[in-house]
Design a protein around this ligand. Structure first.
Ligand SMILES: Cc1cc2nc3c(=O)[nH]c(=O)nc-3n(C[C@H](O)[C@H](O)[C@H](O)COP(=O)(O)OP(=O)(O)OC[C@H]3O[C@@H](n4cnc5c(N)ncnc54)[C@H](O)[C@@H]3O)c2cc1C
Length: 352
């Protein structure tokens, strides 16, 4: 596909051919190139991020050449799968796809400690598991997606329930509430208690790309960190302690996901199974204190930041977390010696 194709256009076009992507993140507004260049992932203990599915790509390198890169040059492919745009402009991509599948979504509330205790078993027995923890409470919403067996009847979400849950509660009311709460932060713990209890259980089925992705119209600042899966409990304990003792009021749920290891050099999943913790503040709030604290908590746990979200780590710090960081820097020196493609972000994360 062409690099600038938005994921929603790609999944629609694939479906017309009876094909689908094996996994997706929460939204499908990104381009294929942007999503993969920043290491975008969904959830599923056996499923790596989207970039791992790239089997070939065409790269316009700063010397003006167009190069096709695939498994014939495995090192170049592993570097280009998550490239941050530093190695060249991707013009076309070849991605591994699967036959279309229908997912059954099962969502329901639980207690955080119980959901964490059950997480390994849930992750082993379901294809996609994700938790939303409501700060200032011990409540989580557990979201599980599994492919529908051929003999199971589809149960699409009634239109009214979609409009109530996904449009009104997750976008309309949630957006207005968060805008208000950013000016009345003392109310946040009570509102989180109410919100966590307002979310009820629901089950529905739908084409995979429709179940994975939902509209996200509430604007926010976000940091997301990948930590080794076995560090998830410690990461959450430290995060919870900080939120409880710092006085910071956090209205957005913390999103907890899992993903398999892969071999892309700059992937958060490079040769490591991860748990992901995504933390958000409403766009009207200054995120520096909260997201700064999140970084201080996650970084010592061998945390790797999502490349497309807020973090302030520098090249030296990132080199300690990404074993092939030095190889990417060397490749960039070779492909872009005059730094035609450089920008302040790349200078910070890869060096001048
Ligand atoms: C509401 C929301 C929900 C999200 N949910 C998730 C999620 O569930 N999981 C997750 O992992 N991430 C998620 N993200 C992050 C998101 O997937 C991407 O990191 C980001 O949006 C990049 O895609 P884009 O199309 O916006 O790219 P852009 O912002 O256009 O590009 C991002 C970077 O990619 C590179 N790039 C883009 N195009 C090319 C090209 N043709 N050639 C070379 N390099 C290129 C450049 O370095 C560019 O700076 C979410 C983001 C938002 C806003």
């Amino acid at each position: 596909m062409r690099a600038g194709t938005p994921l929603h256009a790609l999944t629609r076009a694939l479906a017309e051919h009876g094909l689908a992507l094996p996994n997706l993140g929460d939204i499908d507004r990104q381009t294929v190139a942007g999503a993969t260049a920043t290491g975008t992932h969904g959830t599923g203990a056996a499923l790596p991020g989207l970039s791992a599915g790239i089997t070939g790509l065409r790269l316009a390198t700063p010397d003006g050449r167009l190069r096709w890169i695939d498994e014939v040059q495995p090192d170049l492919l592993a570097a280009a799968q998550v490239s941050l745009g530093a190695l060249g402009v991707v013009t076309e991509l070849e991605l591994a796809v699967v036959p279309t599948f229908v997912l059954r979504a099962t969502e329901g509330p639980d207690r955080l400690d119980r959901a964490l205790a059950d997480l390994d078993e849930l992750a082993a027995s379901h294809r996609h598991v994700e938790l939303y923890w409501f700060p200032h409470t011990d409540r989580v919403q557990v979201k599980i997606n599994d492919p529908l067996a051929p003999d199971e009847a589809p149960e699409p979400l009634p239109r009214w329930r979609y409009l109530l849950d996904d449009e009104l509660l997750s976008n309309g009311v949630f957006g207005a509430l968060n805008a208000g709460l950013s000016r009345a932060q003392l109310l946040i713990p009570s509102v989180n208690q109410l919100s966590a209890r307002a979310l009820t259980a629901r089950t529905y089925t739908g084409p995979s790309h429709e179940v994975f992705c939902a509209p996200r119209r509430v604007r926010f600042h976000e940091s997301e960190w990948a930590v080794p899966r076995e560090a998830l409990g410690e990461a959450l304990t430290r995060l919870r302690r900080w939120i409880e003792t710092s006085g910071e009021r956090v209205s957005f749920p913390v999103e907890i996901r899992l993903a398999a290891a892969d071999d892309a050099w700059l992937s958060t999943g490079y040769q490591r199974e991860n748990a992901y913790l995504a933390c958000h503040h409403h766009v009207a709030r200054d995120p520096a204190r909260y997201l700064g604290a999140v970084q201080q908590i996650m970084a010592p746990l061998q945390g790797r930041p999502h490349w497309g979200k807020v973090h302030t780590l520098t090249a030296d710090e990132l080199a300690e977390r990404y074993p092939r960081h030095g190889d990417v820097v060397a490749l960039r020196d070779r492909l872009d010696p005059d730094r035609v493609l450089s920008n302040p972000y790349l200078e910070r994360v890869l060096g001048p």
